[in-house]
Design a protein. Structure first.
Length: 350
């Protein structure tokens, strides 16, 4: 792990801690201790276990979608790349840094770069489709809750939905007219090359030219012969999001409150969509503020700060802990590989 990654970890944690301290300071009162006497730690342990189950569903999605394209990715390898993805996602805006990690690790596991890119992009498409469908269903069931939600959160959610819809439309266009999309991308890269003049960019253009064909073939396979990959991927995506969202209900029960399953699912859905916007590293601060404003509608103010703290511990800080070891292993492997390349010394100063 290099210095820049460490810096972003601390910046991301710093954003989160500052907001959590403010939330706790503004919500803790004399009634908090009385509420906590009714807490049941068993539900909190179950919440952690369910979080681990959601990551297993994610790993199974990667494995099954890879299998649909003809690759045998071990579940253990899929699990490691998902965990490594968690750490990078926790320190990049909108958690976008996780995608390159998953693509890289699939490539290292023998998946063609174009195919690996198609798998990861289709993961995003499945997530977006499921979140939109769940959102429509939740709003239909709980439309009465919407007026109590901050207008800024609703606007952010709409922007995120538009972004996800745009991605799906672009992929549909790419699958219909791959040659035109390829020409557009290559023109853009050649234009950048004319402005930047870097040897690494020329090398990238050559690789993109070769791998785009694989990418478009994979996209077409997912909508054709390999559509079972979309079906199984969609199934595990649904399990992932259901288990991910139900963690909050288990935390509520752990604090001695009703689970508020439907309300909590709607709130988690809004938070998940808003967190896709690239605003802060790992959406730190954004997630805490969003959760505080939404759950204030159903959680007593005396417990609101405690709830948000526990929620972030399980769905954010646990990500950093779980992702550290796999990320360090990847970093060591890449450093060892570079040291073995011609013209490179062990410190990479060649």
């Amino acid at each position: 792990m290099d210095l820049s990654q460490k810096k972003w970890i601390w910046i991301s944690i710093g954003f989160s801690v500052v907001v959590l301290v403010i939330v706790l300071a503004s919500t803790l009162d004399q009634n908090t201790l009385e509420y906590l006497k009714q807490a049941n730690p068993v539900f909190l342990i179950l919440a952690v276990g369910l979080r681990l189950c959601s990551l297993l569903f994610w790993s199974l999605r990667v494995k099954m979608m890879s299998h649909a394209l003809g690759y045998k990715v071990k579940l253990s390898n899929a699990w490691n790349l998902v965990l490594a993805n968690l750490l990078v996602g926790a320190i990049t805006p909108g958690q976008a840094g996780g995608e390159p990690v998953r693509i890289h690790e699939l490539y290292k596991d023998g998946v063609n770069l174009g195919d690996a890119t198609a798998i990861v992009i289709m993961e995003r498409v499945l997530d977006g489709t499921i979140l939109v469908l769940m959102g429509v269903l939740s709003i239909g069931l709980l439309g009465s809750v919407i007026p109590g939600i901050s207008i800024s959160l609703i606007i952010a959610m709409v922007i995120s939905w538009i972004f996800m819809g745009g991605l799906i439309i672009l992929l549909f266009m790419a699958s219909r007219k791959p040659d035109k999309v390829k020409q557009m991308l290559l023109r853009l890269l050649h234009w950048l090359d004319g402005k930047i003049h870097r040897a690494s960019l020329k090398k990238t253009i050559g690789r993109v030219d070769a791998e785009l064909d694989n990418f478009f073939v994979s996209i077409n396979l997912f909508t054709g012969p390999a559509r079972r990959g979309l079906v199984t991927g969609g199934f595990f995506s649904l399990l992932f999001w259901i288990s991910e969202f139900f963690v909050a209900s288990l935390i509520l029960m752990g604090l001695g409150l009703p689970p508020y399953v439907l309300e909590s699912f709607l709130f988690q859905l809004i938070i998940a969509v808003v967190m896709m916007l690239p605003l802060t590293p790992g959406s730190s601060g954004i997630a805490e503020i969003s959760a505080t404003s939404l759950y204030a509608l159903i959680v007593p103010s005396s417990l609101l700060g405690i709830f948000v703290l526990l929620w972030r511990l399980i769905l954010y800080y646990l990500n950093i802990i779980l992702g550290l070891w796999p990320s360090l292993n990847i970093f060591r492997r890449e450093m060892a590989r570079k040291s073995e390349e011609p013209g490179q010394d062990p410190k990479g100063e060649g």
